[in-house]
Write a protein that binds this ligand. Sequence first.
Ligand code: BT5
Length: 237
Amino acid sequence: MSLVFLSEVDSTNSWLIRNAATLKDADAVYTDNQTAGRGRKGRVWENQPGAMLCLSMLIRRPLADPTTLPLLSSLAAADAVEQLCGCRGEIKWPNDLLLQGKKICGILCESLLSGADACYIPGIGINLAQPADFFAARGLPHGGSLLSLTGVSCDLKTAAEALYDALLRRLDAFAAGGFPAIAAEYRAACVNLGKEVYTDTLRGTAVAVDDAGRLVVRTAEGETAVFTGEVTVRGIY
Ligand code: BT5
């Protein structure tokens, strides 16, 4: 397994997808200049060269529950951020990491299926040093960086190693046990619980994250479990 720096790349996820055939389990790449960073559902992950960490890992081993890889990744990102700046941050279900209510980290997990060989790619972007102007200029009032929010300046390599190690530390237990292996810590970090949330189709109070990693929303009609990736949950910013 290895962690390799790329000076510039379109997307670290796309790079791993293109090169998957030659890579081993837990090989990872990172950059601070991602020219076509991707968010979920075709959205864009905004780049400022030199001010962010973009890291993706290839997981080439069976996962008990791949659908909850985004939740595992957000917990690993929280570990890394805590190590780097002493603040743990909060997770907005399913996988955005917030500090002081601002999104400092976004996660895009993708899978590659070819025959019996399944690979999973968690791609994690952490805003290290963009100033408030960066977010204002791009219409991202809910975005923030470690430097702008905490005053802590992080070296790229140190940040990449912290994130890579955090992912590796959690991977064995998660691969074997799925979400239940991380559920207690995830729930403790989840900012939605007890708060009002709404999606395109329902509005209510988030009361739990169940053992499948779904957000359980209580409405006047009863409780509904929302699947990862199925909806966008609002009401936190
Ligand atoms: C995400 O999507 O937040 C996933 C971002 C994943 C980026 C990583 S970097 C390494 C790897 N390689 C890639 O190409 N991608 C991954 P989503 O939940 O869809 O949120 C996207 C939305 O976040 C955008 O529509 C903006 O509103 C907002 N956004 C974009 N850039 C941002 C930034 N740098 N900081 C905070 N918010 C941002």
